[in-house]
Ligand binder design. Structure first.
Ligand SMILES: Cc1ncc(COP(=O)(O)O)c(C=O)c1O
Length: 397
């Protein structure tokens, strides 16, 4: 049967890398490619207890259809937590989504037309490019210096329909934008009236204490920022629970945005699984110590980050550079110019190691640098990290 597919499917990129990386599931391959949180960090027993409690005390409602906005106590918990961090949020601003990935898709669906300019960091989160691309935007590289994206770009270039940013421990670069730069970006976003989509799945995963990462960009530009959050890296990604926080206030534009996001979500999946939302509420309200859990996750990831930093310094030749990530899950390594990391990936997989070639994380017309790669440090043990980096060094250099 020859199916006629919609034009937009041509913009859905079948990722060559994903195909190669399928091989990484083969036993013996040490993969630093996946963006998967450490399974040892999942609070499985606590989730099991919460799940039992939900099913035994609220089983019928938990398994019934639910409202599109999300469970009120979960929306309230999120609003309270963000407010405690210094950004006053009301539960009415919170829309529960099926992972923050759905948040990206919904934002794309309601905000982007064919040809809409969208400013993106270079490199940026590949999943955001995949979510936005079917709506036909024109991706514009957001110029940056060592501190992060340049604020003035927001007012100097063609006004963007939206600017997409991962300010804390970015995927893939690991970079965290400092407070002063955030303030400047917020100021310029307001001045140029550019909506900023702040995607923050990694903000809680900071390592070097104190200080924690700067407050969300949304704190500095509450009218301008559409904020995406997620329980994936804090609890477990299989729960598929994330959220969008729309700007506060009753400006007609804000109300329209909220209404359209809700309608788009309704059309997409009616609601995020009520069972999963209730499990999270039960967990958070029944004495599970989220702070203690986060302390454990941060300590685990910090040890893995340190192991990778040591292995990179020991094994990679001169000419390779990287920054020490202060949080999140990734190192971003730049190799000497002649190393094409995409071209070398099959050979690396053959040698039993995998990474994400950096070129896939760039958008726009410019030819991306071919000599970069993203290495995740959270799924392998320190001993496996040593071995993985040693294999990488042997087969690439
Ligand atoms: C920057 C960024 N945004 C969004 C997501 C999607 O996360 P989820 O849908 O699990 O909340 C990820 C996942 O790795 C990510 O790295």
């Amino acid at each position: 049967m020859a199916f006629t597919l919609a034009q937009r499917t041509q913009r859905m990129n079948s990722s060559a890398i994903r195909e190669i990386l399928k091989v990484t599931e083969r036993p013996g391959v040490l993969s630093m490619a996946g963006g998967l949180p450490a399974p040892e960090s999942f609070p499985i027993e606590a989730i099991q207890v919460a799940c039992d409690q939900v099913l035994s005390t609220q089983g019928a409602v938990a398994l019934q259809y639910a409202t599109t906005e999300g469970l009120p106590p979960l929306r309230e918990w999120i609003a309270r937590r963000l407010s405690q961090g210094g950004w006053p949020v009301d539960a009415s601003q919170v829309l529960i989504t099926t992972g923050s990935q759905q948040g990206l898709d919904l934002v794309g669906k309601v905000m982007l037309d064919e040809g809409s300019p969208v400013l993106v960091e270079q490199p940026t989160y590949l999943g955001a490019l995949q979510a936005f691309a079917p709506y036909g935007p024109v991706f514009q590289p957001w110029a940056a210096d060592a501190l992060g994206p340049l604020p003035q770009t927001l007012s100097e270039t063609t006004p963007a329909r939206l600017a997409y940013l991962v300010p804390s421990f970015q995927n893939p670069s690991g970079h965290c934008i400092g407070d002063a730069r955030r303030r400047e970006i917020a100021f310029q976003a307001e001045r140029s009236n550019t909506p900023v989509v702040e995607d923050n799945p990694y903000g809680e995963l900071w390592f070097d204490q104190p200080p924690p990462p700067p407050p969300p960009l949304a704190t500095h530009a509450p009218e301008q920022v559409i904020y995406l959050g997620s329980f994936s890296k804090v609890l477990a990604p299989g729960l598929r629970v994330g959220y969008i926080v729309t700007p506060r206030g009753d400006h007609p534009g804000t109300q329209a945005l909220r209404a359209k996001l809700l309608q788009a979500k309704q059309a997409s999946d009616l609601h995020t699984p009520a069972l999963n939302q209730r499990i999270i509420v039960q967990l958070l309200e029944s004495g599970f110590d989220l702070e203690a859990h986060l302390v454990t996750v941060r300590a685990r990831y910090r040890a893995q980050r340190d192991a990778m930093a040591a292995a990179l310094s020991q094994c990679l030749p001169q000419g390779c550079t990287w920054q020490l990530p202060q949080g999140g899950m990734f190192f971003w390594v730049t190799c000497p110019d002649h190393i094409d990391t995409l071209q070398r990936l099959p050979q690396a997989v053959e040698a039993g190691v995998a990474y994400v070639p950096g070129a896939s994380c760039y958008a726009g017309d410019a030819v991306p640098p071919v000599n970069t790669m993203r290495l995740s440090f959270v799924t392998l043990s320190p001993a496996q990290i040593d071995e993985a980096v040693a294999r990488l060094a042997r087969c690439l250099f």
